[in-house]
Design a protein around this ligand. Structure first.
Ligand SMILES: [Zn+2]
Length: 175
């Protein structure tokens, strides 16, 4: 692992002359160590396994790839580990997801398509069809699930599968 980190630091040094390059290398190293520790703790995978996975995914410069937007901190206590998205969908075959906003059932785990009308945040006072996005500013209000895809070494936040909800009432909603 140290070899990989050292190699990445060298590419950062090479990206800019003198002190700036050295600063970039230091910054990259501290970013990597913080993220690897966090990801390893939350997923149970080794830091080396995660770093190798990231490096396999990376198609552009390390400085641009290793960024908060690509490797956000995993804050969730519970993370579902899946080999791939196919593996994840096998675990939750209903492919029905509870939208945290309208509480309806969405067939899309990222973007609500329940068709339920309600007053939208920042919308007009009229009722509009829910278009909640798990990737939006408010995410899933902590009501979604976090899935770690090992083939991409990436965390995704999605709506909660109905399989994880014990009681579904007659309206077919999660509440
Ligand atoms: Zn919705």
């Amino acid at each position: 692992m140290e070899q990989i980190i050292e190699k990445l630091k060298q590419t950062a040094r090479d990206s800019w002359k003198g002190e700036t390059g050295e600063e970039r290398a230091k910054h990259l190293e501290s970013f990597l160590r913080t993220k690897l520790k966090n990801y390893s703790e939350k997923t149970g995978l080794s830091e080396l396994e995660i770093l190798k996975g990231w490096e396999e995914q990376r198609t552009y410069s390390a400085i641009n790839f290793y960024q908060e937007s690509n490797q956000p901190e995993i804050k969730a206590d519970k993370v579902i580990i899946a080999e791939s998205s196919e593996d994840f969908f096998k675990k939750f075959p209903s492919r029905k997801w509870i939208c945290p906003n309208c509480k309806g059932i969405s067939k899309d785990p990222f973007l609500c398509d329940s068709g339920i009308k309600l007053k939208l945040i920042n919308g007009s006072n009229k009722k509009e069809i829910c278009n909640w996005s798990a990737g939006g500013l408010f995410g899933t209000f902590g009501e979604g699930v976090h899935v770690f895809l090992k083939d991409k070494m990436k965390l995704v936040g999605i709506f909660k599968p109905i399989e994880l909800i014990r009681k579904i009432n007659e309206r077919g909603t999660g509440k």
